[in-house]
Design a protein around this ligand. Structure first.
Ligand code: ATP
Length: 254
């Protein structure tokens, strides 16, 4: 049985002045798959995540979510229909508890932003989704601790919990393992593997061992274009990837 395509791009292009940061990018994200985006610095990975989340508009091309053209939707509108993203820079309120952080994210689905300031009792309807997100990221046991008291790895888990509280079907994750130790990375990889049955996950990650351990599909970008999309075995075996990827890395080192 083939997995359902949740997010799809068609010839996506984004220019900055004369530079095409993304060009002719056509990829598919399927439920049940971890799809990793690889490429040397400046290849266009963050730009693609920004185009999918709506943080920057496309110059041309289209983005489809469950068959619907969402190219013109704002980040908030995309979040409401099921596209969740994490940011490299932390999104956490350190003085709030873990539970409050997740609850605020759940609330962001409400049309009235002013709810943030309303009575605590009004948060009742969010309890279930908050508890579920905390459970999924294994932070239920520290739900009442201040976010600032968590370890770095736990804070990254909380970032994921904040995204999950918006009930996404697609997860766009920018370096979810950044700054983590080996044990913390393994825990996060396990968490992500646990989520994949019900989500499509796109991740940008520089830790190659982790990428090959977790990804079902990899797309390699170079200079804004997709060089190849394939399984880990196909990517490992590709001479084109080695030449383009390592060549670019060597140029950067020179
Ligand atoms: N806001 C911007 N204004 C001008 N140029 C930009 C902007 N954002 C990205 N670029 C350029 O677009 C190209 C792709 O950048 P992008 O950040 O998408 O690459 P990346 O693959 O994510 O790199 P890294 O691995 O270093 O994060 C780079 O040449 C970058 O300088």
């Amino acid at each position: 049985m083939t997995n359902e395509v949740l997010l799809r791009t068609v010839k996506l292009r984004r220019t900055f002045g004369g530079l095409a940061a993304n060009d002719r990018v056509s990829i598919e994200l399927k439920r049940g798959e971890v799809h990793a985006l690889l490429g040397p610095n400046g290849a266009g990975k963050s730009t693609l995540i920004n185009l999918l989340s709506g943080d920057i508009p496309a110059t041309s091309g289209e983005v489809f979510y469950c068959g619907r053209d969402i190219t013109k939707l704002t980040p908030h509108e995309r979040s409401l229909i099921g596209i969740g993203r994490s940011y490299q820079k932390t999104n956490i309120f350190p003085g709030f508890t873990v539970r409050e952080n997740v609850r605020l994210a759940a609330q962001s689905r409400e049309p009235r932003a002013a709810r943030i300031f309303s009575d605590a009792a009004a948060f009742g309807p969010y309890c279930e989704v908050v508890d579920e997100a905390l459970h999924l990221v294994r932070l239920a046991g520290v739900a009442d601790r201040k976010a600032s008291e968590l370890s770095h790895g736990q804070q990254r888990q909380l970032e994921l919990g904040i995204v999950l509280a918006t009930k996404p079907r697609v997860l766009l994750l920018d370096e979810p393992l950044a700054g983590m130790g080996h044990e913390e990375s393994l825990k996060m990889i396990e968490l992500l593997r646990g989520l994949v049955a019900s989500h499509a996950i796109l991740l940008v990650e520089h830790d190659m061992d982790a990428v090959f351990a977790i990804a079902d599909v990899l797309t390699v970008m170079v200079n804004g274009v997709v060089l190849i999309t394939g399984t880990p075995q196909e990517i490992r075996a590709s001479r084109e990837v080695r030449e383009a990827y390592l060549g670019a890395e060597e140029q950067q080192d020179a």
